[in-house]
Design a protein around this ligand. Structure first.
Ligand code: PCP
Length: 402
């Protein structure tokens, strides 16, 4: 580790399977020794459930999974990036969200990175989509990079952005997404100036006009005082950010309402109020009130629980035929997943079954998965983030956050 500045793998090491678990390397050695290294298999990625009793999840990381597996002689089918997925189908049967077919030793070492790419990103995208669903008309910014290893900052913000959040604070993330980064000002600026008004004015004076003037109003004095100071001293003030520490938070809603009142009675009705600091689902539910215009959310997003997807061999091609080989708790047979996109209902059948009718609207269901890789070649591209988030936004209207 001493030759590296950061404890991260290079793209090449990920692509070469170097980040795998050792038992896959050992398994390949054993299989090769016994002439079993060319066994053809059908495998599925699925999960027994989602964290925090989530009833649905947003699948993310598919684009990276495709880039991981490209060039290896396998076939990959998956729900598209940004799909709402469920652990089981309408009838309660465990449902694959990805399928892989190929020679096992050709892809076995990639199980570890493949799952890692979708487990973490899907957890973050789901957390972000849940906030989006709870506060559809508020601005929500991904603001949690400082809580996680910097190497994955683009993944964190990409996952939040495709889930429908309004902006990301990460400079590199925003560049890769092709959007301007979003942010306000750190407490450090005010501390260095030693004076809130001087810091706010400098922000307004120095930064390009297209950057919203949002004054951080909680450093040294009561939020109510500081928001009035900002409104009265910053010519182009767009809004204020209240990052009230927990030691002072008390009744945060009352503080926000007082600030709104004091701004309004002085004629500053256009000055918006943004809040940050420990914002999670509970706070979003409490603070989705007319006085709050938006949120900066950190740990709740970047530290979202991973979704425990697992990869299982289901069928093995042996003695010139496909053998049911699934372990206990997994369903045998090469499957097909069908979706009614109008009702957001899924059904699994065996691969050769005819399209079923939706149990709710009785319309013929369509294949839920897309074949992204055929014999190692990418045959279907992932749409750009803007398209993914637009598609997902329509599906989010069909689900709720309990
Ligand atoms: C940052 C910001 C919000 C925090 C992070 C959002 O805090 O002001 O309060 O992350 P969270 O949702 O996990 O709380 P600090 O780093 O204390 O802010 P500053 O740099 O402005 O002092």
């Amino acid at each position: 580790m001493q030759e590296r500045r950061f404890h991260v793998a290079t793209e090449e090491e990920i692509r070469n399977g170097k980040t795998t678990d050792i038992y896959f390397i050992r398994a390949n050695k054993i299989l090769k020794k016994h002439g079993l290294d060319k066994v053809h298999v059908y495998a599925e990625v699925s999960t027994s459930g989602f964290p925090n009793n989530w009833q649905w999840a947003v699948l993310a990381g598919v684009r990276e999974a495709i880039n991981l597996l490209e060039g290896h002689p396998i076939d990959l089918y998956s729900f598209p990036e940004g799909s709402i997925v469920f652990p089981t189908d309408y009838n309660g049967y465990r449902m694959p969200i990805m399928m892989i077919e190929g020679t096992y030793s050709d892809f076995s070492v990639f199980e570890t990175p493949l799952l890692g790419l979708i487990c973490q990103a899907s957890g973050i995208a789901t957390a972000a989509a849940r906030l989006r669903t709870l506060a559809p008309n508020k601005s929500i910014l991904s603001f949690g990079l400082r809580r996680m290893h910097p190497a994955i900052s683009p993944m964190i913000d990409y996952s939040c952005y495709i889930a429908g959040l309004d902006g990301v604070s990460g400079v590199l993330s925003a560049e890769l997404l092709g959007i301007p980064p979003s942010g306000t000002m750190p407490h450090a600026t005010i501390i260095i100036f030693g004076d809130q008004i001087k810091a706010w004015k400098a922000f307004d004076e120095v930064l390009p006009p297209e950057i919203p003037r949002i004054a951080l109003c909680d450093t040294y004095r009561d939020e109510r005082d500081e928001v009035v100071m900002a409104a009265e001293n910053v010519e182009n003030l767009t809004g204020v950010r209240l990052d009230t520490p927990s030691s002072r938070r008390g009744n945060f809603i009352k503080i926000i309402r007082e600030c709104r009142w004091e701004l309004d009675i002085r004629g500053y009705k256009d000055v918006k109020i943004f809040v940050s600091g420990g914002i999670d689902e509970e706070w979003i539910k409490k603070l989705t009130i007319p006085e709050v215009d938006g949120f900066g959310v950190g740990s709740y997003l970047s530290n979202a629980p991973t979704i425990d997807f697992g990869l299982d061999l289901i069928s093995v091609y042996r003695n010139a035929k496909w053998i049911h080989a699934a372990k206990r708790d997994r369903l045998n047979g090469k499957k097909k997943v069908w979706r009614c996109s109008k009702c957001l209902i899924d059904l699994i059948t065996l691969q050769n079954a005819n399209p079923p009718s939706c149990p709710k609207c009785e319309k013929q269901m369509s294949p839920a998965m897309i074949q992204f890789i055929k014999d190692g070649e990418i045959i279907e591209e992932i749409p750009p983030p803007e398209k993914i988030r637009k598609t997902l936004s329509e599906y989010l209207k069909l689900v709720s956050v309990d």
